[in-house]
Design a protein around this ligand. Structure first.
Ligand SMILES: Nc1ncnc2c1ncn2[C@@H]1O[C@H](COP(=O)(O)OP(=O)(O)OP(=O)(O)O)[C@@H](O)[C@H]1O
Length: 247
């Protein structure tokens, strides 16, 4: 097994004393790793640190076995990122938007734009203006931009946030397909536990800025004491609260 992403003791405390503390985890090649936590748990903060949008107070990010800080540009060249909502120019077509994004990758063959549009199911709508797209289509265009450079690891912050049921299902199917057919490893966050149950191979539970548990989803839902991810999460939170009371 190869760890494509490792976080070692990652800590970031904002001036208001919120943030994340001592996050240590590993994402193995082939994982769809769900970084789960309620609103404000610290998921975005961790993702921003990994992708260089925010600086950690302490700790280390390793990408593909190397300290990401040593050669950040090289490490990130193998990573695709979609943090918060996808930003596209509404008055341009999906295709034009991807052409703009492709300028960051001068080596990219032009046919790659059509390839990614096909992969995310937008080929038929590529010449429509993004203003005509549904939110789900805009999110999938964001994924298309993130996979332009054929990344091995895709980091997605709340990829289904704000989507209707159809949009959520389409996004879930897209992620599963990219994992299966393009062999992309995923590190994605969500506060929707049923979504994680349906999609992820492993989950890490973030609560009040700390990683309180990591498990294989199959072990939780089909293991010795099968339960739903929702019950499992509530159990962990209760334990955490009991520990806080006794501390
Ligand atoms: N720039 C900032 N300055 C101060 N506090 C911040 C800042 N960014 C985030 N926080 C706080 O840090 C904590 C973690 O926020 P973060 O956005 O990482 O959580 P999250 O799990 O992604 O939540 P959500 O699902 O709501 O996006 C929250 O309490 C938040 O209010």
């Amino acid at each position: 097994m190869e760890a494509v992403l490792e976080l070692n003791g990652l800590t970031k405390i904002y001036a208001n004393r919120r943030g994340v503390e001592n996050i240590t985890l590993q994402v193995q090649r082939g994982d769809i790793y769900g970084f789960f936590g309620p609103n404000g748990a610290g998921k975005t903060t961790v993702m921003k640190i990994i992708t260089g949008l925010c600086r950690a107070d302490r700790g280390q990010v390793r990408l593909f076995g190397q300290d990401a800080a040593a050669d950040f540009v090289k490490a990130m060249s193998r990573v695709g990122v979609l943090i918060e909502t996808a930003d596209a120019y509404d008055y341009m077509s999906g295709y034009k938007n991807l052409e703009l994004a492709a300028r960051f990758y001068p080596q990219l063959p032009r046919k790659r734009i059509d390839e990614v549009l096909e992969l995310v199911g937008l080929a038929a709508f590529k010449h429509e203006k993004v203003s005509q797209y549904s939110l789900g289509m805009k999110q999938r265009l964001g994924v298309a931009a993130a996979i332009l450079s054929e990344p091995e690891l895709l980091i997605l912050d709340e990829p289904t946030n704000g989507l209707d049921i159809e949009g959520m299902v389409e996004m879930r199917e897209l992620i599963a397909r990219l994992a299966r057919e393009q062999h992309i490893t995923f590190f994605l966050s969500s506060h929707l536990i049923t979504e994680m149950e349906q999609l992820c191979s492993r989950i890490g539970i973030l609560y009040n800025g700390r990683l309180i548990r990591e498990d294989f989803v199959a072990d939780i839902v089909r293991g010795a004491n099968p339960t739903t991810l929702e019950n499992y999460f509530m159990e962990q939170v209760r334990e955490e609260r009991r520990a806080e009371v006794h501390a």
